[in-house]
Design a protein around this ligand. Structure first.
Ligand SMILES: Cc1ncc(COP(=O)(O)O)c(C=O)c1O
Length: 466
């Protein structure tokens, strides 16, 4: 009971801190120029909904979902392709967020096979495995994670502690908490080589706000500050470097670049899967973050996992999540476990005669086709360019190919200095370079949308004249 009181007290304090952060986030995002925001989500869902109507007649469930969105937001969404008078020209194409709906078709084909049924009496306790460092981690998820990494060969799991989080976003915060010392005289710098994943910026304030510390336990929540571009960071003091590889936004393979020997590394490997990049070696870093959002496309399940070498770091990350959300939804963990097992099964069966296509075969082919279409569209105009990638052979699939990033890092070659605003004028919503510590000549475009929206985009892009 005392324990629970302790929990509650902590939760109250953390939720106070989080609310302050949330209010700040909302006010920051109310800036109309800040297109990276989730703040206008209902409005964006409207655009998004409108943009996806090409597939509507075949998708009853989606129609229901979309109707629901419209009820909540009060905006008009009752449209079908035939209702768009100009064949789609008026439609806003929202490719700002990396919402991974492109995989929906694969999972839809699986039908009942993937259904998870939970009875009212199940998953009631807070606890999953009290003997584990991460006591709220479901053993089924551990097995599924370890099996999939072995099947794909993209990360070493032996000698690692698995920590589960509500998305890898929570694990990133947990890692910052675990790695920054409680008694540091000043906030620890967190750096990342530009262009860097913009969410990293959202966790810090430029004016360096600290988490409120009320009792001894919360004193452990330390302040960190965004130290900027890792290429330019040369202070002789400890820092944390976030290495996202393949990188969001530009899809490149990255290594740590921080100078000096005082850097502690967090590797975000959300896109180190064979539909995005050739798998070259099993990653073997101290802290590696993964998520079902980008590996299988289940962003709404909100499950991420960290593979952590050091037991103390894993323990502190667990403490952060304990204070933050008292664990992670068991229902979601078990659903994620089922999905990951299904992906491994589909890979194991891939060589069998008449076996259904494996998830990674499907997703690789789909991504490769999209990149082909996008490059064709870009080549039809002088206004834009895309990065090129050298090819390598994937140890998982045996295929030789160049990166197929989840985002296209498009450069405006014409007179448009602000690529995001330029595309916005043509009703294409993307996220500009400034959100990633890069030039506004660049903008990031999600490659993960539904087919209908992607098709509309590749048709509209070459038609842009000025
Ligand atoms: C590099 C990277 N890491 C983490 C995330 C967030 O993942 P999650 O949905 O698991 O919080 C994203 C989402 O876009 C991402 O691009």
């Amino acid at each position: 009971m005392a324990d629970f009181g302790f929990f509650l007290k902590n939760i109250l304090v953390v939720s106070l801190a989080m609310n302050i952060g949330f209010i700040w986030k909302i006010s920051y995002e109310q800036n109309p120029l800040s297109s990276s925001s989730w703040g206008n989500l209902p409005q964006k869902l409207h655009f998004y909904t409108f943009g996806c109507n090409g597939e509507k007649n075949n998708r009853k469930e989606e129609e229901e979902e979309e109707a629901h969105v419209s009820k909540n937001t009060g905006v008009l969404v009752s449209t079908t392709t035939s209702e768009i008078p100009d064949g789609g020209e008026s439609v806003v194409i929202n490719l700002d967020h990396g919402d991974p709906t492109m995989y929906e078709r694969f999972w839809r084909q699986k039908g009942e096979e993937m259904t998870v049924v939970t009875s009212g009496w199940q998953h009631i306790s807070y606890f999953s495995d009290v003997k584990n460092v991460c006591w709220f981690l479901e053993p089924q998820l551990v097995s599924a994670v370890k099996r999939l990494h072995k099947v794909v060969g993209n990360a070493i799991t032996e000698g690692r502690h698995v920590v589960v989080g509500t998305g890898s976003s929570q694990l990133y915060q947990a890692a910052l908490f675990a790695l920054s010392p409680p008694d540091a005289p000043q906030p620890m710098n967190v750096v990342s080589a530009a262009p860097f994943y913009s969410l990293a910026l959202h966790f810090h304030r430029e004016d360096n706000i600290e988490f409120v510390s009320i009792d001894d336990r919360l004193l452990e929540i330390r302040a960190t500050q965004m130290g900027g571009d890792a290429n330019e960071f040369n202070k002789d003091e400890p820092y944390i470097e976030l290495v996202t590889s393949p990188n969001n936004p530009d899809g490149t393979t990255k290594q740590a670049v921080g100078k000096g020997d005082k850097g502690i590394l967090i590797h975000d490997l959300a896109y180190y899967w064979p539909q995005y990049t050739p798998i070259i070696t099993a990653a073997d870093y101290d802290i590696m973050l993964f998520t079902v959002s980008k590996s299988t496309g289940h962003a709404g399940t909100r499950i991420g996992w960290a593979l952590v070498k050091d037991r103390e770091v894993a323990k502190k990350m667990t403490t952060f999540i304990e204070i933050n959300t008292i664990g992670v939804s068991k229902d979601s963990q078990l659903r994620a476990a089922k999905i990951l097992q299904a992906v491994s099964d589909s890979c194991d069966r891939a060589n069998q005669k008449e076996a259904a296509e494996s998830f990674f075969d499907y997703s690789y082919k789909h991504m490769a086709e999209r990149w082909k279409k996008l490059r064709e569209a870009v080549n039809k105009t002088q206004l834009f360019s895309l990065p090129s990638f050298s090819t390598e052979t994937c140890s998982f699939s045996g295929r030789t190919f160049g990166q197929l990033p989840a985002f296209a890092w498009l450069k405006c070659e014409g007179e448009a200095v602000d690529c995001e605003s330029f595309l916005r004028k043509h009703k294409i919503y993307t996220r500009g370079g400034k959100h990633f510590g890069a030039s506004t000549e660049y903008t990031r475009i999600s490659m993960l949308s539904r087919d209908s929206e992607f098709k509309l985009f590749t048709e509209r892009l070459p038609a842009i004249m000025s």
